[in-house]
Design a protein around this ligand. Structure first.
Ligand SMILES: [Zn+2]
Ligand SMILES: [Zn+2]
Length: 435
């Protein structure tokens, strides 16, 4: 007990101390300066995560390349595409892989150290509080020996080109956005041009502007057209695939952003604006720097859309675009006589079409859950068909490997999502279908 000279009074037998020395009110945690502190911590973590993803992407691509060469049943154009891309990627592999692993691990360690402190009261109390776009230089932020550094760091982060949220993105990275759109245009042309399609004679670029392109293969015709989405000031590409009178339009939307999980809802919001301005059968958002994420397909009752990782760091990006094309080619076919993958002959087995040449299988199912019909594809190639890709076989540390294996489970020849055992998942209701 404290000696009497430190007593202020005795109230109901309880001693009130003269001065408070160690008592901390929980309210103190929510002062403005601590909110600034927490936002700064968040911004640092976001920045580190972005960098970590870039480096992990590069490591991941090296591994995917080794795997994809194993498949012997692809068509020649596929190898030509890989060959061309490999020259570029091989150079960067030699130079960067080891360094990338080192950096990715370092970032991971720092992120872990910071996040381990997220349960502390000062962070927990301020986790979701807002501080506005500009930080006010209060007395504490200007004078206090620790908060001074926070203020400097926050200012630096705000000045840098790394947006902490989507709203800031447009202002900070107009050039980055333009470059990404150009990259997506070119990669889409490349993907179609290396999927048995012959490119038309028209100019694809004129005065550095993407003019569109046309392609033909057997009974199919494909067209790429630049589209402007005015309400969002975005450029997109319309991929229109037709055969006879049937036509299927997919709007490909390069979207320069980091779509965290909560962003699926955000994109859903954007989608209705886009759909009002441009009518398509399907809307696909291309996103950069997230090749560790499994491509996701959503379909609401009205608008069907998906999120597709398309990144310059990811050699498999072109295969994902080709998968969208394959899907459209099947949907517009009135008869299934020609294999859309290799141009070989489709033979009708008991329940599905089969191409001897490339081992592609095509079937149509009626979902037991939603009772809607859909097409699915598969590869009659034991190594692929018997492959089980289940999240249970992976640890949190190599979850990225799960994403990669899942994405390439059928070597990008499945047009629907797949269960662990490679069975099709209904695109309408996302339920696994028993066969
Ligand atoms: Zn075939
Ligand atoms: Zn269904």
């Amino acid at each position: 007990m404290a000696p009497p000279e430190h007593w202020k009074s005795i109230d109901n037998g309880k001693i009130k101390p003269l001065r408070l020395l160690t008592e901390v009110y929980e309210d103190d945690y929510t002062i403005y300066e601590n909110k600034v502190f927490c936002r700064t911590v968040d911004q640092v973590v976001t920045l580190l995560r972005n960098y970590k993803n870039i480096f992990t992407d590069i490591i991941y691509n090296k591994i995917s390349f080794d795997l994809s060469v194993m498949d012997k049943s692809n068509h020649l154009y596929h190898y030509l595409a890989l060959g061309k891309l490999y020259v570029g990627y091989a150079k960067s592999d030699e130079l960067f892989t080891e360094k990338c692993e080192k950096y990715a691990n370092t970032f991971d360690r720092i992120i872990g150290r910071i996040c381990a402190n997220h349960s502390r009261p000062v962070y927990k109390k301020n986790r979701k509080s807002k501080i506005g776009l500009r930080v006010r230089k209060t007395n504490i932020l200007a004078m206090h020996k620790d908060y001074r550094h926070i203020f400097t760091l926050k200012k630096t982060l705000d000045r840098s080109d790394y947006p902490s949220d989507i709203g800031e993105l447009g202002a900070n990275s107009a050039l980055l956005k333009k470059n990404y759109e150009n990259f997506c245009n070119m990669l889409t042309v490349f993907s179609l041009g290396h999927f048995r399609f012959k490119t038309g004679e028209d100019l694809i670029y004129e005065n550095r502007e993407f003019k569109g392109a046309s392609f033909e293969f057997e009974k199919w015709r494909a067209e790429l057209l630049p589209v402007r989405i005015r309400c969002l000031n975005m450029r997109a590409i319309a991929l229109s695939v037709s055969s006879g009178v049937n036509k299927h339009v997919t709007l490909l939307i390069p979207f320069m952003s980091d779509p965290g999980k909560e962003c699926a809802g955000f994109m859903g919001g954007l989608l209705s604006d886009i759909a009002r301005e441009y009518k398509a059968d399907n809307y696909i958002f291309f996103i950069a720097e997230k090749s560790l994420q499994i491509p996701t397909y959503y379909s609401s009752t009205t608008i069907s859309f998906g999120i597709l990782p398309v990144s310059i760091n990811d050699i498999n990006s072109f295969k994902r675009i080709q998968r969208i094309l394959l899907d459209a080619m099947i949907k517009v076919s009135a008869t299934h006589d020609i294999c859309p993958f290799c141009g070989g002959t489709f033979e009708l087995n008991e329940k599905n079409y089969y191409c001897k040449k490339c081992k592609t299988e095509l079937g149509r199912l009626i979902c037991m859950t939603c009772e809607k019909a859909f097409y699915y594809t598969s590869v009659n190639y034991p190594a692929l068909k018997e492959k089980v890709v289940s999240p249970d076989d992976y640890t949190p540390d190599n979850y990225w490997k799960y994403c990669q294996d899942k994405d390439s489970q059928f070597n990008y020849r499945n047009i629907t999502a797949l269960t662990s055992n490679g069975l099709p998942i209904c695109p309408h209701c996302n339920e696994a279908v028993k066969q």
